[in-house]
Design a protein around this ligand. Structure first.
Ligand SMILES: [Zn+2]
Ligand SMILES: [Zn+2]
Length: 435
């Protein structure tokens, strides 16, 4: 609720008392950043293609992390490796006094069989949760790594002029760790990625289908909280010919699907912020004529509002309990570790809007719709003010996570490099002591 009010205030332009207090940085670093980003662009393209051809799943980004760490050491960063398993945290102290800013790129790929037909398409297969699976950078994290390596080179070249310290967070397992492991932004924070030094702000970007080089975001809540869950049902096994002789958990599961689909919009108001409750998998049974004893279902709850989230959870639990009870079986719902809402700090977002506009030569949208996808950048934003934005990369035949996802227009990568470098520099300029 508060989130919606804040987003509305942002849309009306009523949010920027902080803006006036920040010294104007208009254009200070632009010429140097634009020139350096253009110069590093061929390398960024080559890195992205190389990383794309050699994708690694979450917590297994060994080759990628080495590529990153070697590059950053050469540039003069202080480099910590093995953070959150395979993460890299790198610090560049500028030549002038000022605050600390962090830039983040995620490094992991997905178990997807690539179908782009590109010359550098992935042919990699690996072990994942006990199965052999194909691996692909189907979410564009290859681009994120290449962009931040490029921004690192731009920033290192301007080191003497940097008013403060830049921290780079190359993070593993944004898509979630393999079964039985922890990982991602949460573990980066546990492992001290945001201490020594502690950033005053954090910036990150995500490539997405859209006008090439366009930067897009919304102030306040932008991407949903993600609560995964597993439902375990227990009935009494029986012959398919005699369902009355047992407890039919197949029918129970069907009732639960129907009940869940009637929660959002029928019992929960969905006009404030999107609230999505989805059952994605159902596993049960071995034979066409045996109704099984056990069945599991998994799914996800996406929400933007804490009160609505709690209400949906309570209603989902009640539905599972009452339907199980009605059939005489038993049912339980277990919630996974929550991923919070990715929420852009209002003052920071207002302050950085001119910077992003210059980085994208004016091609920005700051009023995009809520995104019901989730992003673990949210964990950093719980610790320090943060801004997360999308970078358009053209219109691939498939969206993120599809086997056809691709950076269609690689010129967009250069905009990403400019945006990462300029947000860091302009933010630090605003923290520098007055002279
Ligand atoms: Zn993804
Ligand atoms: Zn992603």
């Amino acid at each position: 609720m508060a989130g919606a009010a804040m987003a509305l205030a942002a849309a009306l332009g009523a949010l920027s008392p902080a803006l006036a207090q920040v010294p104007s940085t208009e254009g200070t670093f632009d010429a140097a950043v634009f020139a350096a980003a253009a110069k590093v662009q061929p390398k960024v393209v080559a890195w992205r293609r190389d990383i794309h051809e050699h994708p690694e799943l979450g917590n297994r980004e060994v080759r990628t992390a080495k590529l990153v760490a070697d590059h950053l050491r050469k540039l003069g960063f202080e480099v910590r490796t093995g953070v959150a398993k395979t993460g890299v945290v790198a610090v560049l102290k500028g030549g002038k006094p000022g605050g600390v800013v962090a830039l983040r790129a995620d490094m992991d790929a997905l178990p997807v069989a690539e179908q782009t037909g590109m010359p550098f398409a992935s042919k990699v297969k690996t072990e994942y949760n006990g199965q052999t699976v194909p691996v692909m950078h189907a979410c564009g994290h290859d681009a994120h790594v290449a962009i931040l390596m490029g921004a690192a080179e731009v920033l290192a070249g301007m080191r003497d002029q940097i008013p403060g310290t830049v921290v780079l967070l190359f993070q593993p397992a944004e898509e979630g760790p393999p079964a039985g492991e922890t990982g991602g932004a949460w573990l980066m924070i546990q492992d001290g990625a945001l201490t020594n030094p502690k950033p005053d702000a954090v910036f990150g970007l995500h490539v997405a289908p859209g006008q090439p080089g366009r930067l897009a975001w919304r102030p306040g809540p932008m991407m949903a909280a993600d609560d995964s869950y597993q439902i375990t049902l227990k009935g009494r096994q029986t012959h398919g010919a005699n369902p009355w002789a047992g407890i039919d958990i197949i029918s129970m599961s069907a009732d639960i699907v129907q009940a869940f689909n009637q929660i959002a919009a029928r019992q929960i108001k969905v006009t404030i912020t999107p609230t999505i409750l989805t059952i994605s998998t159902i596993h049960g049974g071995l034979r066409y004529n045996i109704i099984p004893e056990d069945l599991t279902m998994t799914g996800t709850l996406r929400s933007f509002d804490q009160t609505l989230r709690k209400e949906v959870m309570a209603r989902a639990e009640k539905a599972v309990a009452s339907i199980s009870d009605r059939y005489g079986g038993s049912g339980e719902i277990a919630w996974g570790l929550p991923n919070p809402v990715t929420s852009n700090d209002l003052a920071l977002t207002a302050r950085m809007k001119p910077t992003l506009a210059r980085a994208a030569r004016g091609d920005i949208r700051d009023d995009i719709e809520y995104i019901t996808g989730a992003e673990d950048f949210a964990f950093y934003q719980q610790q320090v003010p943060g801004l997360f934005y999308d970078l358009g990369i053209g219109f691939p035949p498939g969206v993120n996570h599809s086997p056809m996802f691709n950076v269609m227009d690689e010129s967009a990568l250069e905009v990403g490099v400019r945006a990462q470098a300029l947000t860091a520099l302009d933010f630090l300029q605003g923290t520098a002591p007055a002279r």
